[in-house]
Design a protein around this ligand. Structure first.
Ligand code: NAD
Length: 480
């Protein structure tokens, strides 16, 4: 049995509470590791260690030194890609194929990207008519709290740690209690490559018990949070009275819009990928599929055939493309939405049931990929975030109707739209109330572009210069 520790001030330490949580393998339902159930004292120790590192050696590191460190982290994770991928799959139930081709390579890319980004970043210079001039100094915020969810554990943690440390902040990270392993491995890697004690601290535990005190700690200057919208509201309420800098990346209920003039084969592939990658557990997943009525019936028939053919099974099997849901409670929630879909008048075209998987997967938390038709676009199933392998399909007659359905939810994270009409692509992209639009593709990510949502999907943008800006404060100096 693996036993994880916190990492505080350069030491691997048990929780001060001496209390532990079980970390389960979703594919088997068995306990995979024990994880600290830390408390406020651990948070306080981590924040103190972070502050001390800024007053000590870490605070004196140059941009070039920090960038080199981030590159070394990337190299070390890449060398251990197999170990990281296995741990990620054991924690999340996602296919090993996904961990190896998406989660871990992207984590490596995040460290390399932000190493380059700080090396090449520039600050402003403003010359005045009277000969005076201004220049901008960019300074780290200080101690930053990074709180992450379970769906893309290392991918999302590295998306925050890399820019935060590259810009010179000291980090206190709080990963999801459901998927703690790769965060611990990252702490080991940072220690191996010589990150100064206290520059990166890791406190494991439950959200309210660790995340709560961390977000409201007076010495934490910034909070970057990725997770559910309801939790985001709690985080915002705790951080706002203390005027902390805040970035919130929250939930989504993203539309995939397929117009009759779309490349049918590409749109079908895109709709399946958007709906079911990571078992539908990506904030960007296209869980509402809007299809122009003239092609709707044929499109749905072909979609269902492809979804039924998705290979589901042991996540450790390299051929598996659909794994398990992250926890028993989460599968219960998703199954609850399948029941609700029936009550709301929907037809379950495929899935909606647990697959029959024997052997070591007998107690795993699996659900077949599910396609539902016949629901009103405004019903609960079609507007609330399910965050599982469930896609609802809705016909539309006009562009205006498609937009009204797409925008008719509280969320505004992303959308993908499929058409060969360039004018329509521009028009619809501009009118969608979301932070990110993909045209004739889905989840094609350039790390330089703004990432974030509108409405209840969050506040702020991360990525490229947006992350560098979030993790720093600009100070203007005017010289006469
Ligand atoms: P969650 O909100 O339950 O938990 C996220 C993190 O917050 C965890 O580490 C949790 O322990 C912590 N937490 C819980 N209560 C807290 C509190 N009171 N104070 C501080 N921290 C607390 O979310 P989840 O179930 O882990 O993840 C799924 C959600 O994340 C979905 O809604 C999904 O859409 C969203 N998500 C959004 C993005 C994005 O970029 N917009 C990316 C991935 C996931």
């Amino acid at each position: 049995m693996k036993v994880l520790t916190n990492h505080i001030g350069g030491e691997a330490v048990p929780p001060s509470t001496n209390a532990w949580l079980d970390d389960h393998d979703p594919a088997t339902g068995q306990v995979a590791a024990r994880v600290p159930r830390s408390g406020e004292a651990d948070v306080n120790a981590a924040v103190a260690a972070a502050r001390a590192s800024l007053a000590g050696p870490w605070g004196g590191w140059s941009t070039a030194e920090r960038a080199d460190l981030m590159d070394e982290v990337a190299d070390r994770i890449e060398q251990r890609l197999e170990d990281f991928a296995h741990a990620e799959t054991e924690d999340t139930g996602k296919p090993l194929h996904t961990s190896k081709t998406l989660d871990i390579p992207r984590s490596v890319a995040n460290f390399r990207f932000f190493a380059g980004a700080v090396r090449h970043s520039e600050t402003a210079f403003h010359e005045m008519a009277n000969g005076a001039f201004n220049y901008t100094l960019r300074r780290p915020l200080g101690v930053v709290a990074l709180i992450t969810p379970w769906n893309l554990p290392l991918y999302l943690l590295s998306w925050k740690v890399a820019p935060a440390m590259a810009t010179g902040n000291a980090v206190v990270a709080k990963p999801s209690e459901l998927t703690p392993q790769t965060a611990s491995m990252l702490a080991e890697v940072l220690a191996e490559v010589g990150a100064p004690a206290g520059s990166f601290n890791l406190v494991h535990g439950n959200g309210p018990e660790v995340g709560g005190p961390l977000v409201s700690h007076r010495d934490v200057a910034g909070v970057s949070f990725t997770g559910g919208t309801a939790t985001g509201a709690l985080v915002a309420a705790a951080a706002a009275p203390k005027f902390k800098k805040l970035s919130l990346e929250l939930g989504g209920k993203n539309p995939t819009l397929v117009f009759a003039d779309a490349d049918r084969e590409a749109a079908l592939n895109g709709a399946v990928r958007a709906g079911f990658t990571n078992t539908g557990q990506i904030c960007l997943c296209g869980s509402r599929l809007l299809v122009e009525r003239s092609i709707h019936d044929d499109f749905v028939d072909e979609l269902v055939a492809r979804v039924e053919a998705l290979p589901q099974g042991d996540p450790m099997d390299e051929a598996t493309r659909v794994g398990a849901l992250v926890s028993e409670a989460h599968r219960d929630k998703v199954e609850g939405y399948v029941r609700l879909a029936r009550e709301e008048g929907g037809t379950i075209r495929c899935g909606g049931v647990r697959p029959r998987l024997g052997g070591r997967l007998e107690g795993g938390w699996f659900l077949r990929p599910t396609v539902v038709t016949g629901l009103a676009p405004a019903c609960r199933t079609a507007t609330e975030e399910i965050f599982g392998p469930v896609v609802t399909v809705h016909p539309f007659d006009t562009e205006e109707e498609a937009l009204a359905i797409a925008n008719g939810v509280r969320y505004g994270l992303s959308a993908s739209l499929w058409t060969q009409n360039l004018a329509r692509a521009h028009r619809v992209a501009a009118a969608l109330e979301v932070g990110m639009v993909w045209v004739n593709t889905w989840l094609m990510r350039d790390l330089r572009v703004p990432f974030g949502g509108l409405k209840d999907s969050g506040v702020g943008r991360e990525g490229g210069k947006y992350s560098l800006s979030f993790y720093t404060d600009d100070k203007n100096v005017c010289i006469s």
